[in-house]
Design a protein around this ligand. Structure first.
Ligand SMILES: [Zn+2]
Length: 239
C-alpha cells in the first residue's frame, strides 16, 4: 500500500516537474510527446546502425585525418557499436559528456541492449566493465559516462557489471592530441583487477574513435588474466 502511494506520489511529482520544465529532445530541442524519452522519434530515426563491413575495409576518421585502422591492430576480439556516429549521435554524446545529462547514459544503454540481437557474438560475454575516467577528471565532471552506460547496459542485458580497470596515471585530454600522441598518451595507462581472470569481458564506452583507450583497457584486462575481451560502444566513428 505504502509503496503504491509512494509510486503514485512520485508519478505525480514527475508530472508536475514536466509541466514546469517540459522534457525536450536532447538532439533537436523539440518538446517530447509521450512515450518519447530523451530523444524525439524524428531524431531517433536518424540513429542508424554502423555499416556492417566497417572494420578492416573502411577507415576511421579522426578530425581531418583519415587513418587506415584494421581490427588486427587491436587486442580485443571484436568491436561493435549500436549506432553510427552521425550528427544526432554526435550531439547526444556531446550532451552526455559536457552537459551532464546522465539520463542519456541510460538511453544509450537501452539502445545498446536492443542492438544486441544483431550481435550474437556477445552471448558468451557475461561480464561488463567500463573504460575508466581518472579521478581528477571524474571530480571535475562528477561522473564517468562510460561507467553509467556500462551499469545500465548490464541491467538491460542481464549481464553483470564489475569495476575492473583503473588508470595508473593522469592522461591528457584525448581531444587535444593528434593520432600518434593519442596512442602514446594512453599506452600503459591502465591496470585491471584479478577478478578479470578467466572471464569473457565486454568493455563499454560511449564512442569508438581511434580505439586506443579501449585497446589499452583490453591489454590491462588480458594482463590480469581475462580469457577474452570485446568492445561495445553506443556509437562508432567510421569513414
Ligand atoms: Zn529530436
Amino acid at each position: 500500500m505504502a509503496n503504491t502511494f509512494l509510486a503514485q506520489s512520485k508519478d505525480f511529482l514527475t508530472a508536475a516537474v514536466e509541466l514546469v520544465f517540459p522534457a525536450v529532445c536532447h538532439s533537436c530541442g523539440t518538446r517530447l510527446n509521450y512515450p518519447e524519452k530523451q530523444v524525439c522519434m524524428g531524431c531517433e530515426a536518424e540513429l542508424l546502425p554502423p555499416s556492417e563491413d566497417s572494420f578492416g575495409k573502411s577507415l576511421v576518421h579522426q578530425g581531418d585525418n583519415s587513418l587506415p585502422y584494421q581490427e588486427e591492430d587491436f587486442s580485443f576480439s571484436f568491436a561493435r557499436a549500436a549506432v553510427a556516429y552521425d550528427q544526432v549521435a554526435k550531439t547526444l554524446v556531446h550532451r552526455l559528456k559536457y552537459d551532464a545529462y546522465q539520463a542519456l547514459a541510460d538511453y544509450f544503454a537501452l539502445k545498446m541492449a536492443e542492438a544486441l540481437e544483431n550481435y550474437p557474438e556477445f552471448e558468451d560475454y557475461e561480464l561488463v566493465t567500463a573504460v575508466p575516467l581518472h579521478r581528477v577528471r571524474k571530480r571535475e565532471r562528477g561522473f564517468n559516462q562510460s561507467e553509467l552506460i556500462a551499469r545500465s547496459f548490464a541491467k538491460y542485458s542481464g549481464k553483470s557489471y564489475a569495476e575492473l580497470i583503473s588508470r595508473k596515471r593522469y592522461t591528457r585530454s584525448q581531444t587535444e592530441l593528434d593520432f600518434h600522441q593519442r596512442r602514446k598518451n594512453v599506452s600503459g595507462a591502465f591496470s585491471a583487477k584479478s577478478a578479470a581472470q578467466g572471464r569473457n569481458i565486454i568493455v563499454i564506452d560511449d564512442v569508438f574513435t581511434t580505439g586506443h583507450t579501449i585497446n589499452e583497457s583490453t591489454l590491462a584486462l588480458l594482463e590480469a588474466g581475462a580469457k577474452s575481451v570485446a568492445a561495445y560502444t553506443f556509437s562508432r566513428a567510421i569513414g
